[in-house]
Design a protein around this ligand. Sequence first.
Ligand code: NAP
Length: 313
Amino acid sequence: MGWAGRTGCRHRGGRCDMSRPEPLFSRVAYIGCGLINSSLARALAASGVAGHQVAFARTRATRDRVRELGIVDTVADAPDAAVEGADLVVIGTPVSAYGEVAAAIAPGLRPGAVVTDVGSVKTSVIRVVEPHLPDGVHFVPGHPIAGTEKSGPDAGFAELFHSRWCVLTPTPETDGAAVAKVRRMWEAVGMQVDEMDPEHHDRVLAITSHVPHLIAFSIVGTVTLLEEHLQAEVMKYAAGGFRDFTRIAASDPQMWRDIFLSNKDAVLEMVARATEDLASLQRLIRHEDGDALIQLITRTREIRQGVIAFEQD
Ligand code: NAP
C-alpha cells in the first residue's frame, strides 16, 4: 500500500473507485502562484497527493492567468478565503511579504492545518510567520532547492523538482507528524528531503547560492559601468564564463533583494571570506606565483568533479 492508504470507496461521478488512494491532503491552498508554487501545483495534480487545489495571488492579472492556465481547481480572490478548509497551505510569495501573508491567512486557517513554505531563507521566515499562526496550526518551514531565473505562473513546470533536494527546517516545537506529511509531499514530486537546523540552512545556502548570485550581480554590474565601446564588445564576445554569469544575474530583483536582506548575517560572513580569498588570489597573480595558482585551480576542479559525482549518485 502507498503513502496514503486505501479507502474502501470514493464516489466519482456516481461510481465507486475501490483502487484510488485517499489523498495525503484533501485541500491544498497556495498563497502566491509563481514559478515555485505553480510548479508544485502542476506536479501535485498528477501525483494523487492533493485533492482539491486552490490558489491566491496578489494581483488580479496573475489570478486571471492562473485561471486561464488551469493549474489549480479554484482561484480565490482573498487569502483567508483561499485557506478556508485547507489541510495544507503552501506560502510561495517573496519572503518580504511573509509577515503580511501570515497575518492575512490566519483568520481562515482551520485547527490542525499544516502551513509550509518554499522560501529561500529560513530563520527570518520562522520569526515573522509563527507569531501570526493560531494554536493548533502546524508550521513546517521548507525550501525546495530547485528553480530557474524565470518568474510567474507561466514559468512553472511539473518536473522542476525531479531529483533535487528539499530542506525542511523544523524547530524543536514543530509537530513531528506534520513534518512527516510535508516530507511525503515533496518526495511524491521527486525530491530528496533533508532536515536541518534553520540557522545552519541559512549558512549553507549563503555559500552555495546567495554569495554566488551576489558575485554574478557584481560582475555583470561591472559591465554596466564600462565605457560604451567596451560594453558592446563584452556583449559580442560573451563566451562561457561571462555568459554563465549573465544567466544567474537575470534572476528576479525582488526575490534576491529579499534573500540578501533577510539572510544578511550569513551572507555578509560568507562575502567576507570570499573577499579575503579574492585578495589572496590577486596577490598570487601580482607575485607571479604560478605554482600556487595551479594548486588552487586543481583544488577547485576537484570540487567540480565532486559535485558531478554527487549528482550522478
Ligand atoms: P514568483 O514567480 O515571482 O511568484 C511570486 C508569487 O507571489 C506571485 O504569484 C505573486 O503574485 C505572489 N505574491 C507576491 N506578493 C504577494 C502578496 N503580498 N500576497 C500574495 N501573493 C503575493 O516567485 P518564485 O520564484 O515562485 O518564488 C517564490 C518563493 O520561492 C520565494 O520566497 C523564493 O525565495 C522561493 N524560491 C525561489 C526559487 C527560484 O529559483 N525562483 C527557488 C527556491 C525557492 P503577483 O504575480 O500577483 O504579484
